[in-house]
Write a protein that binds this ligand. Structure first.
Ligand code: NOJ
Length: 743
């Protein structure tokens, strides 16, 4: 009954039945035909200071249940609850919305937000794994599916995509982004924004996106979460900013500021970035939300003297909405009265929030149909997509003697390691409302793909912490006589993500020892890695014949890994981040600059270590396949262009094996001389292709000023001179051509 009443009211509102009888009296803000900006301006003109400040307040509901807190209905009735995070599902969202829409003076709806990062209920691979797909169109489809599910439980705003470039695997949040590269990161940022928002985020099944964390959060010193950052203007412009710019260009509705101090100004009060770069230079028209209590944290940072000062500094910098701390609301009126906060700044922020609410369509459609959830979550199509996404994110790191794929008709398969039998660890650290019970484990996946006659023996061996001697011994005896031993090692889902930085990149607990003992059995060992960051895999690489990187692969992850292990699928993902030999090499990334003394194995006074190689274990862009590919005929034309011209690159890629598979052709450039130094290689194009045995395809790439240019101290430019072009299967790509940019 209650639900019926809600939808009748919603329909009445939508058709203006509750509005005054004559059209002339209809306030502009209630007129769905009026432009969002005009409606927002009209509404703002009717608001008290408290109501305006209320629109800038976002409060946290109860994450576990999706319920709202006791005080929320009253705040909503008073028009003092602009948005919530974590409140969701029709009963909670609709009941709270009713207070805002039907029982408040102006009827402004609440905007419901949630961290829908890589799926809502159907969980896709973690973002770093999606990046390993090198397939933005697939990430876009996953984001669209996530939006559909989230919308069905009353949400209209996701705190995603996270587009922070990260070059330090100690930082646990590296798992939430696209890895180390600005170009790949930009393609994924745009794809995810498009996926969440579609062409119009007001449409049913779509969400407003939020590019986060603006800016530089991924460069946390020492890889310690929330730590300060010190980033050069060149690195900001060329490395950290591009994915954010791509998100703006793709139409991202909102931005979230970061927790970090950036070069002496905390991101949540960084006027030069928010008002200057984001709104001024890039023309961003959406609104900016703080991160969780990051307005209040301006005091701990040492920027703000007290609560009021923090509110004034954040709001004046252009941070429109305050997440969880309540300083705008509590200190705003006094700051305004004293002239410390400009009324114009408050109005500008309130206007931006209101305009987005109009654009999101929630004035016309404030409620969610309670029947939608059951019809939308975990549908067969979404589960198929989750399987496909997991398959495409697998990266084959080593496959000595073509040990993989395994024979599904094997007599005995030993599956070792708690991670092979852990549902929650398939989902990742930001799994929204993903339920471990929905997830397929590796053990289940293997049982599903092997022949009926195959004996699958499981032993937990060890997890990520300590393990007893008895457990390790049991694992070794379970493996005795197996045709193959499949060992799941890596990290638990909660070992990466927010507040999960590590000083060590080693396999945790007794995993290495477990592997050593299993190797001693003499049976072939395959290591499957579940992890959210690059790990130190030097020992594995030297001792284990086959290594498959599975990340946290999501709801259908275990099945995907099993299909790949047993040859029902062919891995073709590539690393979106460099895997170091040891943590001491961090930060290590492919797009570094040259030095005056390049690394040399024979020259002591070269840029190198006395106790390690300088090279990574696995470079950016690396990944094997059961197929083999060759690249040839790398051509560029014309031989010279003007700085505003474009060069066309073509290359042939051929599957020279007897098995169909995927290759990711990667194009890198280098500008070897100019007014500033640039990286040795810069990714500027890629394409993932599926090729049948023997099939060859000519791929074409365009190099325009967008790809060739660089943000120099004096601005963005393509400088005249020689440009080198490399194409191949990783950042170590071998084929090379060059062309000239004429003055
Ligand atoms: C803090 C995180 O930094 C941010 O990414 C997230 O969106 C908010 N909490 C809300 O959960």
């Amino acid at each position: 009954m209650k639900n019926l009443k809600i939808s009748v009211l919603a329909a009445a509102l939508a058709f203006g039945a509750l509005a005054p009888a004559t059209g002339a009296e209809l306030p502009v803000y209630k007129d769905p035909a009026a432009a969002p900006a005009a409606r927002a301006a009209d509404l703002l003109g009717r608001m008290t200071t408290e109501e305006k400040l209320g629109q800038l307040q976002q409060l946290d509901g109860l994450w576990d249940t999706g319920a709202y807190r006791e005080e929320f209905p009253k705040l909503a009735r008073e028009g003092r609850l602009g948005s919530t995070l974590n409140v969701r599902t029709a009963p909670h969202a609709n009941a709270l919305q009713k207070e805002a829409v039907e029982n408040s003076r102006l009827g402004v709806p609440v905007l419901f937000a949630f961290d829908v990062i890589h799926g809502y209920r159907t969980i896709f691979p973690v973002p770093l794994a999606e990046s390993a797909q090198w397939d933005p169109a697939l990430a876009e489809r996953a984001a669209a599916a996530a939006a559909e599910e989230a919308y069905a439980v009353g949400l209209k705003w996701t705190f995603a995509p996270m587009v922070d470039i990260a070059r330090d695997p100690r930082w646990g949040r590296i798992v939430e982004g696209s890895g180390e590269d600005a170009y790949l990161g930009s393609k994924l940022a745009a794809a995810r924004v498009r996926g969440f928002q579609g062409a119009d985020f007001a449409a049913p099944g779509r969400l407003m996106a939020c590019a986060k964390h603006w800016a530089g959060y991924g460069a946390a010193e020492a890889g310690r979460d929330y730590n300060s950052t010190d980033i050069s203007p060149s690195a900001l412009r060329n490395v950290y900013f591009p994915p954010f710019k791509a998100a703006v260009d793709a139409g991202a509705a909102t931005f979230m500021t970061a927790f970090n101090d950036l070069n002496g100004v905390p991101s949540t009060a960084h006027k030069a970035n928010i008002a200057g770069v984001l709104r001024g230079e890039w023309g961003f028209k959406g609104f900016v939300v703080s991160d969780y209590t990051s307005v209040k944290e301006l005091i701990a940072h040492g920027l703000a003297a007290d609560d009021e000062d923090a509110a004034v500094k954040a709001l004046s910098a252009g941070v429109d909405m305050e997440m969880v701390s309540t300083l705008y609301r509590d200190k705003g009126p006094a700051a305004l009265a004293a002239g410390r906060l400009r009324a114009a700044d408050l109005d500008a922020s309130a206007l931006r929030v209101l305009e987005m609410k109009f654009r999101a369509g929630i004035f016309e459609h404030p409620y969610i149909d309670p029947a939608l959830e059951a019809k939308t979550l975990l549908t067969p199509e979404k589960l198929r997509l989750a399987l496909d996404a997991a398959l495409k994110s697998l990266v084959l790191l080593k496959n000595e003697g073509a040990l993989l794929p395994l024979d599904p008709g094997s007599r005995k398969v030993a599956v070792i390691g708690k991670l092979a039998d852990s549902r929650e660890d398939m989902l990742g650290s930001w799994a929204a409302d993903g339920k471990p019970a929905d997830a397929v484990t590796l053990l289940e996946g293997i049982k599903a793909v092997v022949s009926p006659g195959t004996r699958v023996v499981y032993s937990s061996g060890c997890y990520t912490g300590d393990a007893s001697e008895k457990e390790l011994k049991a694992a070794v005896s379970a493996a005795a006589g197996a045709d193959v031993i499949i060992v799941a090692v890596g990290e638990s889902a909660l070992m990466s993500g927010e507040a999960a930085s590590r000083v060590s990149l080693a396999l945790p607990g007794r995993q290495r020892e477990l592997l050593e003992r299993l190797k001693k059995t003499g049976r072939p060992v395959v290591a499957v890695l579940f992890n959210g960051r690059p790990l130190e895999l030097g020992w594995l690489d030297a001792n284990i014949p086959a290594i498959l990187e599975a990340w946290q692969p999501g709801t259908r992850g275990g099945l995907a890994v099993a299909q790949a292990l047993f040859g029902l699928a062919n891995p073709g993902g590539k690393l979106p981040v460099t895997f170091p030999r040891s943590v001491g090499q961090v930060p290590i990334y492919y797009a570094h600059r040259a030095t005056g003394r390049p690394t040399s194995l024979t020259e002591k006074y070269s840029s190198r270590y006395i106790d390690s190689s300088s090279t990574p274990l696995y470079p950016f862009g690396y990944g094997l396949s059961y197929s083999s590919f060759t690249f040839s005929n790398l051509l560029v034309s014309p031989a010279s262009i003007k700085p505003d011209g474009k060069a066309l690159v073509s290359v042939d890629v051929k599957n020279v094996s007897a098995r169909a598979g995927d290759e990711v052709a990667q194009l890198y450039i280098r500008d070897p001389a100019g007014s500033e130094t640039r990286p040795l290689r810069e990714l500027k194009g890629f394409e993932r292709v599926t090729l049948a045995p023997g099939e060859s395809r000519t791929l074409r790439f365009e190099l325009t000023p967008a790809e060739l240019g660089w943000h120099y101290a004096g601005g963005f430019a393509v400088e005249p001179g020689t440009f080198k072009v490399y194409v191949g299967s990783s950042s170590a790509a071998g084929l090379e051509v060059s062309f000239e940019v004429l003055p």
